[in-house]
Write a protein that binds this ligand. Sequence first.
Ligand code: WTA
Length: 633
Amino acid sequence: MTTQIKSRAQYLEEYAASVNDPEAFWRKEAETFKWQQPFDAVVDWDFRELNVKWFLNGKLNITENCLDRHIENRGDQLALIWEPNGADEASKGYTYKELLAEVNRCANGLKSKGVQKGDRVIFYMPMIPELAIAVLACARIGAIHSVVFAGFSAQALTDRVDDAEAKMIICADYNRRGYKNIPVKQVVDEAMDIGCNSVESVLVFKNTGDEVNWSDDVDCWWSDIVTDQSDICRPEIMDSEDVLFILYTSGSTGKPKGVVHTCGGYMVYTCYSFRNVFQYQEGDIYWCTADIGWITGHSYILYGPLLAGATSMMFEGVPTYPDAGRFWAICEKHRVNQFYTAPTAIRALMARGDEWPAKYDLSALKVLGSVGEPINEEAWHWYNDKIGKGKAPIVDTWWQTETGGIMLSPLPHITDTKPTYAGYPLPGIQPVLVNSDGKILNDNNVEGLLCIKFPWPSMIRTTYGDHNRCKEVYFSMFDNLYFTGDGARRDEDGRIRVIGRVDDVINVSGHRMGTAEVENAINEQESVIESAVVGYPHPIKGQGIYAFIISSAKKLDDELKLEICKTVSKEIGPIAKPDCIQFVDGLPKTRSGKIMRRILRKIASDDDAHLGDISTLLNPDIVELIKKGAIRR
Ligand code: WTA
C-alpha cells in the first residue's frame, strides 16, 4: 500500500522529500502496486511542448490492482455498498471476490460484442452497481470509458459520442432519481437519431423494466450479453501511458473537451491521495455522494477507494428523497466513517433546518469532505458543527477534472483546518500563485492565479483528438506552468484558499459550465440575435446563470423565457438553464466588438454602483438601460 501519513511532522518530511527528489518519492509509492512489467523511469516531462509521461514502459492493469490484488487478504470484505433510490429498499453489497467476478463477466460480454483494447465506450447510466462494474470491465479489457452524466441532453450526448467516436453506448432503460423515472434509453435513441454513426451497439441494463423502444440492429440487453459469461477474464496488459478514460468537461471556449487520463499515474495518485486525505482505516465505510459522471466519482468512488482496498458506497438517489434527512439516514444506517459531498448539497440541506441531521446518529463520522466549488463560511460551520459535531474535521479538497486527484486539502487530524481554506498541497504537488504577468509571487498574504509548476502522476495528458488545444488552454498562459483557471489567495501561514474561476467558466451547483457553451445553446432559439451569459452569487447553487439576451420576438415575455430554457435543456441539459433572463436592446462592447463581461457580471451580481470607466465602450449608453432592467433579488 501507498504511504499513509500519520503526523504533521511526517507530512512536512514527506512533502519536502517529494519536492527535493520527486523521482525517488514517486518510485517508492508506485512500487507498492502490482506491475506486469516494472517501469524503467519515473517521469519524463516538458510543459512547453506538453509531453508528460509517468512510470515509463511500466505494464499494468488498473483493475488487477483494484480487485485481484485484494482477493487474498480481503476477498470477502465488501468492496462496494449500493444504497438504492428508495429508502425502504434493501441495499446491496459486493465483496471484492464478487465484484471481480461481475467485472469479468461484463468484460467478457463487452468482448463478445467486439469491444477491444483502445475502443471507446460511452456510458449514460444511473448510479447503479452495473455502472461501476461496466466501467471497470472496460478498464479490464483496455477499452477507454467515457462516462456522460445522465442529466445531459441527447444533443450533448451525441456531441460526446461523436467526438470520442465511440463503438458502444451503455445505458439503462430508465433512471430513478427521487420521485422521477427518467427514460434514458429514449435519450440514447434520440442521440442515435441525431448522430453517433460510430456506434455499433447499445447495451441496455434493465433497471425498472418499463417499456422501451427497441432496434434489433443495435440494441442488446445486458442480461443477454453479460449474465451468462465466464467470471474469469485475463486483464489486458496496458502501458502506463495507455489511455484509461476520457471525461468531457467545459472550458471557457468552444465545446466541452475530452480530458484524457492514463493508466499508471492515475492509479498511483488516486490511491495515494485517497488514503491520505480520508485517512481510511481497515473496516471503515467510506461514502462519496458524487455521480460517477463527474471526475469525483471516478477517482473517489471507484478507483481511489478500490485501489486502497476500501469499502466504498454509492447512492442511486438524491439528498432530498424521500425527505431532507436522507443523507443523514444513510450515514446512520451504514455507520459511515468518511463522508464526501459538495457545498451545494450542504447549503441545500442546511436550508431545510437543523432538525434533519439532529434525528440521526452521526457518531461514526470521522472525516467530512467538501469538493467542487468554494465552500462559504456559513456552510463550513454548519457542516462542522451540525454534522461533524466538531469532531470530524472538514477536508476542503481543491482539484479539477484535469488534475485527476485532490491537490490541496487538509489532512484530517494531522494538519489544521481553517474555514474556506483548502489549506496545504499534498506531497508531490507544487502550487504557485502568479500575477497576471506570470511572475511567481513568493510571499505569503497574497492573491494571484493558481498554477502548478511540476508534473504530478494523475495530471491531464491531452485533450482527446486535439493535443494543441490542451497545450493552448493549460500550458501557454504562463511559461512552463500548468494554469488551473482559478484565482486563489495564500494566507500568512501558507494555506491556500481557492476563490473561483478567473476565466469564463461558471460553477453551478458544482457543475462546470462554459459561458460560451450556454450562449451557443441560447442562440439556437430562433428569436435570439445575441446573448451573453455570466455567473452571479446564488445562495444554494454557489453560482447562478444570468443571461442577457437580444431577441427579435415581438413579445419579450415569460413564455419566450420558457422557450429559451427549453432550447438550453435540449442543447445541453436542464443543469444549464439560466436562472435569470433579461431581455436587452444591446450588449456593452469594446470598440473591437468584445462583450464587456466585467460590467455584465457586476450588474448580474447586484454590484453595479461603481462600474468604473465605461466611456471607452462602443455603446456606453446601453449600460444604464441594462442596469434599469436588471433582475434584482
Ligand atoms: C472548483 C471537480 C474551491 C474550481 C473536482 C476548479 C473548487 C473546478 C474546489 C473544477 C474547492 C473544485 N474549493 N473551488 N475545494 N474544488 N473547485 O473539473 O474552480 O468539476 O477549477 O472538478 O471546481 O471542477 P471539476
